[in-house]
Ligand binder design. Structure first.
Ligand SMILES: [Zn+2]
Length: 467
């Protein structure tokens, strides 16, 4: 959301900005929480208890309808099917899906409007772009139904934990609602329509942290919605400054959440983290349940395949490929997300029969490659930083196969011992002789999206786009 890009908003006093956000909140509330939303949520709350057979039947039916739509209306798929001699009747079940090729970011970029249905005008559509840090951003189209449905999936998840639509929430993600140059509070704005306090991640620092927590003490939100990197930063600042803070839930998504980061957030705010997985392209959706066994992949959202990744990937990892049912205004079939996970072959004690996957760990191209050729998930490195309390923010860059540059924003008590722990810790977890340089900085700026890419590989090959 880039409210701040609008000149009139920037020029307005805080109270007008609150009113503007509330007005927009009312509009989204109408769209997101209207009858269509409530019906979608109700349906989803029932279908989450479906048997495997019921899910299979539902998926086959929705897939057949999607293929029919693509063949009838979307030039790209009509061409692809003609080239392969396929008719819609050839793809009526999930088992037939492999007859169609994978779709990649590059294809989406090159094909452009050929991926949009000829009757696009009949959908109320919204255009957006991915925030991709490398390469050109993807242009994406979504319709009102898709946005409403997506929102229902998110709320099904939160309600399964007892988080209600009427509860107060605070959000500190990529919302640039406060001028970047602002040096005095409030670093947040109100959306009264949706009972949200939207705070700026950009302004959060050791100097301002106390103001944020004071605002939350007054607003008393039930949940905090945050990127994992932001949640970790908040927790570290609270700990360092002895600030007592509690939320009933911390809701995370959009970045992998390493176990140490998760523990840090949960311990500091004495609550559970609820994590879910989605992407800007909206091709697959997976959510935790109150048992926290892993992520349940939502079969009603689309077909999610786990395939052999292209390029270097840690052993046993599979790439998530999604065919969503929920967006007819830009149907993506077999879209390669680049996100890596592991299938979990267990029954969840919660009773849901939706397939389980491990939390998303990493992305294709976003892993550590070692001198002996091993490819290791960068999450291994996060274990080194988890126990180090004297660090506010960190970032690891692999610039050579035998060298890591570690950027550190030190806490007040950071010492040479901490630096040594980083150096030796990295060598130990990687079981490799890599040299490590540590650079102490006053800050590591977050990206425009509000995220912080914690590990960056500068080795040959495509760098990872961010979710
Ligand atoms: Zn479960």
């Amino acid at each position: 959301m880039a409210v701040y890009d609008k000149g009139w908003y920037r020029a307005s006093p805080v109270i007008v900005q609150n009113v503007a956000l509330t007005a927009r909140g009312l509009a989204t509330r109408l769209m997101r929480r209207g009858r269509a939303f409530r019906r979608a949520l109700e349906e989803l709350e029932q279908s989450q208890w479906f048997s495997r057979e019921e899910f299979e039947a539902l998926q086959n039916e929705r897939l057949a309808a999607l293929i029919h739509h693509c063949h009838a209306k979307v030039p790209y798929y009509r061409r692809v099917m003609r080239e392969r001699g396929l008719r819609p009747e050839d793809i009526t079940t999930v088992a037939d899906l492999h007859k169609l090729p994978f779709l990649t970011k590059d294809i989406v970029r090159t094909e452009g409007d050929a991926l949009l249905p000829e009757d696009l005008g009949r959908f109320g559509v919204y255009r957006s772009k991915t925030s991709g840090t490398t390469g050109t951003p993807l242009k994406l189209v979504r319709d009102v139904r898709s946005i409403t449905t997506e929102y229902a999936f998110v709320w099904r998840l939160w309600r399964s934990f007892g988080h209600e639509l009427s509860d107060r929430r605070t959000i500190v993600r990529g919302d640039f609602v406060v001028p970047p140059t602002e040096t005095r509070p409030p670093y947040w704005r109100h959306n009264f329509a949706e009972r949200q306090l939207i705070a700026s991640m950009l302004h959060l620092s050791p100097r301002t942290a106390r103001d944020y927590f004071e605002a939350w003490r007054k607003f008393n939100p039930r949940s905090l919605e945050v990127f994992p990197s932001g949640g970790d930063y908040l927790a570290r600042l609270a700990l360092e400054q002895n600030i007592d803070a509690h939320f009933d839930f911390v809701l995370t998504s959009s970045e992998p959440i390493p176990p140490d980061m998760r523990r840090n957030i949960e311990d500091t705010f004495s609550c559970k983290v609820i994590d879910y997985y989605g992407q800007a392209e909206r091709v697959s959706f997976a959510m935790e349940c109150p048992e926290h066994t892993g992520l349940h992949v939502a079969p009603e959202y689309g077909v999610t395949e786990l395939v052999e990744p292209e390029g270097d990937a840690p052993e046993g990892m599979r790439e998530i490929v999604g065919t969503p049912f929920i967006n007819y205004s830009m149907p993506l079939i077999r879209y390669r997300t680049g996100d890596l996970t592991r299938p979990l072959d267990v029954e969840c004690p919660c009773g849901r029969k939706m397939p389980l996957i491990a939390p998303i760990e990493t992305r294709v191209g976003g892993n550590v490659i070692l001198p002996d050729g091993r490819c290791v998930s960068y999450l291994a490195l996060t274990r080194v930083f988890g126990p180090l309390g004297n660090i506010r923010r960190s970032q690891v860059i692999q610039d050579r196969v035998d060298h890591m540059l570690v950027k550190v924003v030190p806490g007040a008590d950071f010492s040479g011992d901490d630096a040594e722990s980083i150096r030796s810790g990295i060598k130990t977890v990687l079981a490799a002789d890599v040299s490590v340089d540590i650079e102490l900085l006053e800050d590591i700026p977050i990206e425009k999206s509000g995220k912080l890419r914690w590990f960056i590989s500068e080795l040959e090959g495509d760098g990872p786009d961010q979710r």
